[in-house]
Design a protein around this ligand. Sequence first.
Ligand code: S3P
Length: 175
Amino acid sequence: MITLRHIVLVGFMGTGKTAVGRRLADRLDRPFVDTDREIENLYGKTVAQICRRYGEVRFRSEETILVRKLAGRSGLVIATGGSLVLNQENVQVLRENSVFVGLAADADTVYQRIRGKRDRPFVNRGQDLKTRLQQMMAERAGAYGMAELTVDTGTMSPWEAVEKIVSYLNGAGGD
Ligand code: S3P
């Protein structure tokens, strides 16, 4: 039986992994999983609340537990939290049966998309948000390098990003 590889969306916060992932899953008639939402549903709390109450280590361990569960399935579209792939263990667990697709956007776009939200605990609100985002983007410059394709969602709609990904996957053997 040909098992369908997962399509794993990776990228910095605010690059549209959830918005594109949902539409991509619909377009390909595949189940969709958002790792942040899965963990939030498990706790009945937001990521920020989980980190405040139980600490970042707990959140990170839940990401790895979830990734191991997902690795045992096939054919999902998975939107990862922006720092999930900073842990190489998570990448290794998924690598065998996944194709990684990167979403990117420039700092201004990311800033505009997240500045009104209070739901990302790792963005230190004590600093100027735009400066902090630029710092984090620089720190993570190579972090999403496992992506076979990277789509700039700052220059296109989620639907256009979906079609770019579908075209790539069709050209790369369908998956
Ligand atoms: C994070 C991004 C968030 C979430 C958590 C950590 C990050 O997900 O997992 O706040 O450090 O980049 P999004 O990429 O969906 O914002």
